[in-house]
Design a protein around this ligand. Structure first.
Ligand code: FEO
Length: 394
């Protein structure tokens, strides 16, 4: 059934309970593709859903109004989890106008067809639906160049597209209804870390421009996950993540061949704990990189460990660093370590990648030949404690 968010404003989206992988990251709690219907003089649909969920969308719309009576469609974002259903919906509805950004028009034309009744809008552009008005806010790169948000002024609802979203399928639609807010918030953080982390400065700019426009929200309605009737905690978290603020938290991210690098990791972990740092060990290949990145988001210190295999770092570390590089983490201190037999290139290779990412290396890196001695392990533990005290606000 559709859910009424405000008088004559409905959630008409779809729930994807089964999705477990979303362009590379693990979505263990499924997702939703939220779409919204506004009944006014101009009946307006905001966003569609993934292609295979169109019947679910249209069934919800039809419970409120004949879909063919829709006058306007707003496409806030080209990515196919929101526009995949657009060709079928456009063919059925034949709306008078399709509102999107200039980049949205270009993207939709490339993906689908160019003879739709596009109406380009920019930040500040306002349209009348009759008794109510939609104001548009371009938000390029949140999450694609075409992205924008739409604000229903009279109801104070922000349709925020990917912003403030979470891959979280649930029977509840609102944040104040869920009995497991912590699980939802974890998915919100995971979403930010894996989708929006590269765009922290743009998030900060968006939040500042929202302040300047004096937009008060009764509801933030993202295209994924719960709708926010009580968005304070999420807005505070976005401000913190956007600014790259970190916690006194250290991650030891490593892989091991015969256990030597793991011995080094364990010594470091003990040293970090000695210093009082929140410490999270992650052995690669046992935890998916998208989950590790969720903790990278607000960690102040990252320690990377890899043995040398065939003159190179371990492949799992290469994969993880490639993923991390794209996410451009900010304000991290880092150091690398590892074991080796005869050549020992892993640490210098990891250092090079971290330098290219402009992550601050706080140690030149340390290695053990074949197996760390007891004396070396004592030294590594002390180094872990020192690194935590020097680089985290403990
Ligand atoms: Fe939910 Fe960038 O698409």
């Amino acid at each position: 059934m559709p859910i009424e968010l405000a008088p004559n404003v409905f959630w008409v989206g779809a729930i994807d309970w089964d999705i477990r992988e979303f362009h590379g990251y693990v979505t263990e709690r499924g997702s939703t593709y939220n779409a919204f219907l506004i009944l006014d003089d101009k009946i307006t649909l905001i966003d569609t859903v993934k292609k295979e969920f169109v019947p679910e969308l249209l069934e919800r719309v039809a419970a409120v109004v004949d879909p063919e009576k829709i006058d306007y469609i707003v496409s806030n974002h080209v990515e196919m989890d929101h526009s995949g259903g657009l060709p079928e919906v456009m063919a059925r509805v034949k709306p008078e106008k399709l509102f999107c950004s200039a980049m949205g028009k270009a993207g939709l034309s490339r993906h689908y067809q160019s003879d739709w009744p596009f109406e380009e809008v920019k930040t500040g552009h306002e349209i009348s639906l009759g008794r109510r008005h939609l104001l548009f806010l371009e938000t390029p790169m949140l999450h694609w160049p075409d992205s924008m948000m739409s604000f229903l002024k009279e109801e104070q609802i922000l349709f925020s597209s990917d912003g403030f979203g979470a891959h979280f399928a649930s029977s509840e639609r609102f944040d104040d209804q869920t009995k497991d807010y912590a699980a939802y918030f974890h998915q919100l953080k995971k979403y930010y870390a894996n989708i929006l982390m590269p765009f922290g400065s743009l998030i900060t700019r968006l939040l500042n421009s929202v302040d300047q426009l004096h937009l008060d929200f009764k509801l933030i309605a993202p295209d994924h996950g719960l709708l926010l009737r009580d968005p304070g905690k999420v807005l505070t978290a976005y401000r913190k993540w956007g600014a790259g603020e970190v916690e006194p938290k250290a991650l030891v991210i490593y892989d091991t061949m015969w256990g030597s690098t793991e011995l080094m990791a364990q010594a470091l972990i003990n040293g970090l704990i000695d210093a009082g740092a929140e410490t999270l060990p992650y052995r690669l290949r046992r935890t998916h990189y998208s989950d590790i990145v969720t903790d990278v988001l607000d960690a102040g210190l990252l320690l990377f460990g890899s043995p040398t295999l065939n003159n190179t770092m371990f492949p799992s570390m290469g994969e993880f660093l490639t993923y991390l590089q794209g996410l451009r983490p900010q304000h991290k201190a880092a150091a690398c370590f590892g074991s080796y037999g005869w050549s020992g290139q892993a640490v210098s290779q990891m250092n090079q990648i971290l330098e290219a990412m402009k992550i601050k290396l706080v140690h030149e890196g340390f290695q053990c030949k074949y197996l760390p001695t007891l004396h070396e392990l004592v030294e590594i533990r002390a180094r872990g404690e020192h690194l935590a005290r020097e680089n985290l606000k403990l």
